[in-house]
Write a protein of this length. Sequence first.
Length: 267
Amino acid sequence: MTRRYMKPLLPLLAAVLPLVGSHAGSEGAAPSADLVGWDTPQSEERLIRSRHKADFFSLSNHFVSQDNWVFCGLASSSIVLNALRLGRKSDLPQDTRSIQKEELAWFPEGANPFFGKYTPNNVLNSQTKSRIEVLGKPIDINGELKRDIGLQLRQLAQVMRAHGLDVVTRVVDDDADAGAIRQELVRNLETRDDFILINYSRKALGQKGGGHISPLGAYDEGSDSFLIMDVNPNSAPWVWVQADDLVAAMRTFDTVENRGYLLISES
């Protein structure tokens, strides 16, 4: 998209997307000096000049924020699933939790008020971690029952595979090459219909909180930074983060291994 058409679009995005309020209104810590917030002139410049943002508009169109501090992986999963399938497939699941049973009595008899779409309430199934396990019910970890709130990287990958998607799992070990990771992420962001979910440490970026999951939306070569489309506006806005800092935030230990990222597409 040319600069001519991007320029008037960015203020509109800032007005309608739910997470682009001022940092002062956030309950979490403001971005550190190395992070560039979404609602800044620098952010606008980076998105305009970026040549690696094929995923950005599709993710924006299907963006949802998480409803609680546990569901970052479920919100991120639903965004990517809808970006790949909403409007292309007719057999999408319905979120029957969105309307209470007693409320359905007021609909015309036989009418179905539910749309087929993915939401944080319906992305889990019998092939994945259960909802109550995500919320903290102990599971077997290396032969011992432990609370494992949220989703680890491989558990997130299983959610995607349970819906028939092709998933490449990249654990960012201590010896992982930062340059190779940057190249792989940039290649993905150059093409449509494949997406990236990252599992990283907020603390490593100077933000409030612990492990977190969100989509990557764009890469700006001029500043060597990636746009994290944070699914938790209560804690942080979308931010541009330096490539090396992003790799370092993924190169942090989770429950059984380091964090990392997923490359996701239709199989």
